[in-house]
Design a protein around this ligand. Sequence first.
Ligand SMILES: Cc1cc2nc3c(=O)[nH]c(=O)nc-3n(C[C@H](O)[C@H](O)[C@H](O)COP(=O)(O)OP(=O)(O)OC[C@H]3O[C@@H](n4cnc5c(N)ncnc54)[C@H](O)[C@@H]3O)c2cc1C
Length: 365
Amino acid sequence: MYDYLIVGAGLSGAIFAHEATKRGLKVKVIDKRNHIGGNIYCENVEGINVHKYGAHIFHTSNKKIWDYVNQFVEFNRYTNSPIANYKGQLYNLPFNMNTFYALWGTKTPAEVQAKIAEQTEFMKDKEPENLEEQAIKLIGPDVYEKLIKGYTEKQWGRSATDLPPFIIKRLPVRLTFDNNYFNDTYQGIPIGGYNVIVENMLEGIEVELEVDFFENRSELEASARKVVFTGMIDQYFEYKHGELEYRSLNFEHEVLDMENYQGNAVVNYTEREIPYTRIIEHKHFEFGQQEKTVITREYPADWKRGDEPYYPINDATNNAIYAKYLEEANKNPNVIFCGRLADYKYYDMHVVIERALQVVEEELG
Ligand SMILES: Cc1cc2nc3c(=O)[nH]c(=O)nc-3n(C[C@H](O)[C@H](O)[C@H](O)COP(=O)(O)OP(=O)(O)OC[C@H]3O[C@@H](n4cnc5c(N)ncnc54)[C@H](O)[C@@H]3O)c2cc1C
């Protein structure tokens, strides 16, 4: 008899398993995939760590979380500085003095502020009715047309005029020549790849792969005092209050017989006509010197049951459905729901760690 059966060997499940084991409890981890790590899993191809479920960059300003994760792995000095490619023209992201120089030739913060004021003047008194109007009101048509419109429409699979304005609350505009995408104090890629983190968390812990909780539910439930569930909460309750919606992604991985394809880990393609949103060149996350390179084109996709659920669609309808599942979950003290799928929230890795440690604290003290 286990104290905890942990469903999911992603970051959430691995943290709970590690902390429970540290406290002398007996746990077992299962995952339906054939590997541990959940979505942070990397596959080694040509000596390069390929981020199989989308590019992952660790960042946080929380020293406690940074120290926690550094027990398991050391991080390199990678700084995320994506490039946008719009019809063959290159721009730095996030929007900063380099971006504005390439767009308008502006050289000082005052010139940029004057240009943005001029570009947004006509929207001053208008209450935005959709995402397009909201973005133009914030930054003006030049930046919107070249760097926001196509990318956003591909991400959501809908025209920007059919998307609600609240999706873009603010647009980060940086009046410095700083291409660092994140504002956080700590940032990097684990040396040796993300698998090292989860392998070290799960060291000495019983893990069984290619086991789907739902295929053997009653036997698995009976094997432990409690269950920690990090899968989809609506599936756990057999979709009785309806299905929660997601956006999905398709990844096209390619090995190229060249050393360096694009000179940067992340290049966004911001025009609508190109069907993928970005190309990732994985070796640049770790300053790789391999002879070959691996790139991944990322295509946003509609989601249906059975596809990988990547991004929850937290609109009013889905949040209302989730609230019903949460109510059920709260009535069930023998099952602990934790992680991005069980909480139906987009969580960055540092938030997943914070959340899992909070669950550990509540459950294990
Ligand atoms: C495309 C993309 C890019 C991202 N980039 C970043 C980034 O740059 N920086 C960042 O901080 N975060 C990023 N994230 C977020 C990051 O991936 C998550 O925070 C993290 O992986 C979530 O961990 P988790 O354990 O909660 O969920 P998951 O990693 O999804 O793990 C859940 C596990 O449960 C298993 N499971 C589910 N159902 C069952 C079942 N029925 N039976 C058995 N096993 C089951 C799954 O197979 C999976 O392995 C990104 C996310 C996506 C989608």
